[in-house]
Design a binder for this molecule. Structure first.
Ligand code: NM2
Ligand code: OGA
Ligand code: ZN
Length: 380
């Protein structure tokens, strides 16, 4: 990292510095808050020891000196000198002017369509349990594609929880720590039938929604029952390209979802089908025909147009050019980012047996484990 031309600007309210040939400005208050030294952050755990109120509101940069690997800044009125690494500054630089368009996603995400069927990310259980690098590859695929397959699982009940435990924790719900998915006599959920299920995200009636789902196959000798996955982020992108108003409608109005299938459970949530962050980042898709409740947060004048956009979204979800289809065999499972990738199943016939098990887990733990594995790799 090349650092040059550091100078105090705006009467000490900021510093300007060239990092690898590009000028960046950083504010005095921001730099002071992010000082990486023992009185500001605990050297042991990296947590900040001070609050914003411990930093004088009139903080200014009195002096900027440039060293080989970084910047040495003296802050007034404290009279405190702090060193900043050039690499750290470049990584956290924020002096970008380009406004982002609604629906953007970060560099870790690659959207996909049916062409993914030729390169479905997949690792085998004996390999990921023996090799951190292989586990890292699998988790990295989940981060990038929101979907990955695992093969060669022992076909023992509950093994899918061991997969969640490779990177985090099972999220227990009213359906149990994990649940059997098979046709039942008095099903409390349409998943427990032989009906086809339109591509959906699970549990949109929960807030927060479970961010990962694992579905493992123990038996599958039925006719049909194929699995389908669809990248909801790709669907959103296509909707936005062909019908920007439709995208705007689904992202700026709340839908409602509910599950009230058994006595004592009354789960309800009010959230958009396409959720954007305040900076326009695409955060989550919620789409589930079985659990959509009556929408009542969309003005009368807008409701018909909202429904037209909902229909168009559904048509894109069902467009064969968007889907990857496969039939799970015993010992295979798949994981989906339930905030992004929709899953479906085709209906299946009465002859033969189909037994899947499912569980939920959370993506923050998966991403944390992945970054830790990546750091192990780069520390070698
Ligand atoms: N099960 C399989 O979100 C849903 O209601 C889909 C969930 C019952 C846990 C099915
Ligand atoms: C589910 C589900 C799909 C299947 O249980 O949430 O979508 O293949 N099941 O049975
Ligand atoms: Zn489901």
């Amino acid at each position: 990292m090349n650092i040059s031309n550091a100078r105090v600007i705006d009467a000490g309210r900021a510093v300007e510095v060239e990092l690898d040939g590009r000028l960046h400005r950083f504010h005095a208050i921001w730099l002071r808050d992010n000082a990486c030294e023992a009185a500001t952050r605990s050297p042991g755990n990296g947590q900040r020891l001070i609050t914003i109120l411990d930093i004088p509101g009139e903080t200014r940069i009195i002096e900027a000196r440039q060293g080989p690997g970084g910047l040495s800044l003296c802050f007034g009125p404290e009279g405190k000198t702090v060193e900043f690494e050039a690499r750290w500054l470049a990584h956290n630089a924020y002096d970008w002017s380009a406004a982002k368009t609604a629906g953007w996603t970060g560099p870790d995400i690659t959207r996909w369509d049916s062409a993914m069927r030729n390169e479905v990310p997949s690792e085998s259980w004996p390999v990921v349990t023996a090799d951190r690098g292989a586990l890292g590859r699998w988790l990295s695929a989940v981060r990038r594609y929101g979907f990955a397959v695992m093969t060669d699982m022992p076909t023992e009940p509950g093994m899918l929880c061991k997969v969640a435990e490779l990177f985090g924790y099972v999220r227990e719900t009213n359906y149990g720590r994990f649940f059997d998915v098979r046709a039942e006599v008095n099903p409390n959920n349409l998943a427990y039938t032989n009906l086809g299920l339109q591509a959906h995200t699970d549990n949109p009636y929960r807030d927060p929604v479970p961010t990962l789902q694992i579905l493992a196959c123990l038996e599958n000798t039925v006719e049909g029952g194929d699995s389908i996955v669809v990248d909801g982020f790709k669907v959103a992108e296509r909707l936005q390209a062909e019908d920007p108003e439709g995208f705007e409608l689904l992202s700026s109005h709340c839908a409602r979802f509910a599950y009230e299938g058994v006595k004592g459970v009354r789960l309800r949530a009010k959230r958009p089908m396409i959720e954007l962050g305040p900076d326009g980042e695409l955060i989550a898709i919620r789409f589930n025909n079985r659990s959509a409740a009556a929408f009542r947060d969309i003005p009368y004048e807008v409701m018909e147009a909202f429904y037209a956009a909902y229909r168009r979204f559904a048509e894109l979800v069902e467009d064969p050019s968007m889907e990857v289809t496969f039939k799970l065999k015993p010992g295979e499972l798949f994981i989906v980012d339930n905030t992004r990738v929709l899953h479906a199943r085709k209906s299946f016939s009465g002859s033969g047996r189909r037994w899947l098990q499912g569980c939920y887990a959370d993506k923050d733990g998966l991403l944390s484990t992945l970054v830790a594995i990546e750091e192990e790799g780069s520390a070698e």
